[in-house]
Design a protein around this ligand. Sequence first.
Ligand SMILES: Nc1ncnc2c1ncn2[C@@H]1O[C@H](COP(=O)(O)OP(=O)(O)OP(=O)(O)O)[C@@H](O)[C@H]1O
Ligand SMILES: [Mg+2]
Length: 328
Amino acid sequence: MTRHIGDVILQVDDLHTYCFTRWGVVKAVDGVSFALRQGETLGIVGESGCGKSMTALSLLRLVPRPVARIVQGRVLLQGENLLDKSEREMRHIRGRRLSMILQDPQTSLNPVFTIGNQLLEAIHIHHKGSPRTLLSRAINALSQVRVAAPERRVEDYPHQMSGGMKQRVVGAIALSCEPHVIIADEPTTSLDVTIQAQYLRLLREIQEETGLSIIFITHDFGIVAKMCDRVMVMYAGRVVESGPVRDIFNHPAHPYTQALLQSVPTMEERPERLYAIEGQPPALWELPPGCRFTARCPYAEARCEQTYPSSFAVGVDHTADCWRLQEA
Ligand SMILES: Nc1ncnc2c1ncn2[C@@H]1O[C@H](COP(=O)(O)OP(=O)(O)OP(=O)(O)O)[C@@H](O)[C@H]1O
Ligand SMILES: [Mg+2]
């Protein structure tokens, strides 16, 4: 089956989400813009702490309160700005139109309730109907994620399932109300490689069946290559490069993207540290005025330190924020 990529369904403009901490204002998301099309998969990559999860949580308006606050920007879902919605309106939008699979399935499932109960809880928010109808929806949701014997599995507790199965249940909960957009935040980190591959294949199949748009957050460029149409690279709260996956792999334009790609561990290595770029990202509460990668960049010049670079087009739908691209 081939996938059809349609119009823009989600557009994020100049999003800023800050954390107000004892050390100062942590600019976790500091001017992020991007668009996602119907049926498309957009990857978000970058080192730990660069703002990937906070970007995702901002879209759903689920940033950790009271520390974090969305201070600026627009999140347009099918043209409607979610940042203007009331909390009540957001409850209708979450799950139903925009849904999220969280980083860790262990914490997303409640150990004291059955899988069926947890599915019903999600379905119940958006759908009315007799208990029997709702239950059959829950069973359908499980069979959509290829859980065998779903009518028996609804009786199970999370501890009776394997890690891969639990992750599929988390997926089923997120998909149960047929959202238009789903955000998957590192959904496979806790899975072994074979189960991970199965899970990714499953997500793609569901996308082909439903025309779902996916935002896929990951550390793993191998997953990006398999899953994503486009990718955006984040560094210290900003998107430093974005473009079609193939372009980014073949012609990475930002020195940070180049360093990330060069430091990708091979399958045999799989070390603890995912990327091995020299140095650390800057502290998000005392950011330099210029390019945030300057201190680690092999090509840094005086202007990089002074002024944040503009976004330069380096290909079709491919841009990068780096002064070196100005003359190109
Ligand atoms: N509750 C909080 N209080 C203060 N700062 C926070 C809080 N949550 C996140 N941050 C800060 O926001 C920044 C972005 O965090 P985020 O979770 O988005 O990173 P990430 O890119 O998802 O990293 P990872 O790959 O490790 O999941 C981090 O530098 C972190 O220090
Ligand atoms: Mg994260």
